[in-house]
Ligand binder design. Structure first.
Ligand code: SF4
Length: 62
């Protein structure tokens, strides 16, 4: 089943840590909002690296 990756934009600070640890290129920082966004979600392997580095706990994967 295709993974679902949700970013809580109220909690996200745009620190980019999730972008740096995602080896699959699923996360990026949106130029307009300065916050994390999801692309190519089918490449997510659900390893949870992004969740571990996200201090405000803004990422959920299911
Ligand atoms: S690690 Fe968390 S706070 Fe930092 S950019 Fe990613 S989602 Fe936002």
């Amino acid at each position: 089943m295709k993974p679902v990756v949700l970013i809580n934009t109220t909690l996200c600070t745009g620190c980019q840590k999730c972008v740096e640890v995602c080896k699959n290129g699923v996360l990026y920082i949106n130029d307009f909002t300065g916050l994390a966004k999801v692309r190519n979600v089918e490449n997510c392997d659900k390893n949870g690296a992004c969740i571990k580095v996200c201090a405000p706990k803004a990422i959920k994967i299911s």
